[in-house]
Design a protein around this ligand. Structure first.
Ligand SMILES: [Zn+2]
Ligand SMILES: [Zn+2]
Length: 345
């Protein structure tokens, strides 16, 4: 999301000339300087970051993925994810604590529990679908069962899309802007826990069916996902990322390199002496935007608290606050949670 600063818009003549010049320059550049979202001053709390703090962990994502495919029991999670028991127990506890899974007994003697998605957990469905959408578009793998989603209502294989509920246009980063919501303010920086490098590259066991490997590389490491989110919020330079994320410089350098390797950010020199670089979202990086919107919607609904939402996304095409709906790219109807089937893997 490149948010244009309102101040720049309200100026009249002089800045206009500047803008025209800048636009002319852009044409010659190989990387179009299309802003992600421009953020009004004073906003730093945001629902995307809050959502990533809850689910931006490789193992949490794997468990959620299996939960959406119908796993409920410890042994089933263990068998399908290949996680060590202690690790699985730890992440299940975390999902319980954050209100995403609910533990209920299904057997009395000896007592045994199963884990079901709560309403808060089930509400991550469309975000999960946006992960599948991105992976399918950029890293399609016929062996991955979830890449063969079917829309039950129209009985077609489909790729999910995200549209504006009001005008039904496809949501892209180019057609949105942000304004401060009632809960705008600053969130605390991430605790030391988030700084832990979360199990890169740690692929899961080979005998398991492929499960969103690419998406897990992007979202499964907290700092990696935070770097990408910051890029959507118009951060391009090393010091801008650092200021926003409050991350140690060696960690930041490591994650930026990784995100460039993943092909989501492109590094270009903006100054020759001394050499300085900036980082811009590539086409596949920008295509993560529907997921960002869904994470924001989820964070707004479940993590905003009494203060209200920190930011409001406006859909510039129709001028209304953006309410996203997931649709089918074959029949264009809205796709409900129970309207999707996945072939068994
Ligand atoms: Zn709209
Ligand atoms: Zn359909």
């Amino acid at each position: 999301m490149a948010v244009r600063k309102p101040a720049a818009r309200s100026h009249t003549r002089a800045p206009r000339k500047v803008a025209v010049k800048a636009a002319a320059k852009v044409v010659r550049k190989p990387v179009p300087k299309r802003p992600a979202i421009t953020i009004p001053a004073g906003i730093s709390a945001n629902s995307v970051v809050r959502a990533l703090n809850v689910i931006g962990d490789r193992w949490i994502l794997l468990i959620l993925y299996r939960a959406f495919l119908g796993s409920h029991r410890f042994d089933d999670f263990q068998r399908t994810t290949g996680m060590a028991r202690s690790l699985l127990a730890d992440r299940l506890k975390r999902l319980e604590r954050t209100g995403i899974l609910q533990r209920t007994p299904y057997q009395k003697r000896p007592v045994r529990y199963e884990y079901r998605l709560t309403e808060k957990g089930a509400d991550l469905h469309d975000a999960a679908m946006m992960i599948v959408r991105w992976e399918k578009r950029w890293h399609f793998d016929r062996k991955t069962p979830v890449h063969h989603l079917r829309h039950i209502a129209c009985d077609h294989g489909f790729t999910p899309e995200l549209r504006c509920k009001h005008c039904r246009e496809i949501v892209t980063v180019r057609h949105v802007s942000l304004k401060a919501g009632p809960g705008a303010g600053s969130d605390r920086r991430l605790g030391p826990r988030a700084q832990r490098r979360s199990s890169l590259p740690a692929r899961h066991a080979k005998h398991l069916p492929p499960m969103l490997e690419r998406a897990l590389e992007v979202l499964g490491d907290r700092w990696t996902s935070h770097v990408i989110a910051a890029a959507f919020y118009g951060k391009h330079r090393f010091n801008e990322f650092q200021e926003t994320l409050q991350i140690a410089t060696n960690l930041l350098a490591d994650r930026l390199e990784r995100v460039v390797k993943l092909g989501l950010l492109e590094r270009t020199a903006y100054q020759a002496r001394p050499k300085r670089y900036e980082y811009r979202l590539t086409e596949s990086g920008r295509d993560l935007f529907p997921l960002v919107v869904e994470l924001m919607r989820w964070g707004d609904r479940w993590l905003a608290g009494k203060g209200g939402v920190p930011e409001i996304l406006i859909h510039d095409s129709c001028g209304k606050p953006l309410v996203p709906v997931m649709t089918c790219d074959q029949c264009h109807a809205v796709v409900g949670r129970d309207d999707v089937s996945v072939p068994r893997g």
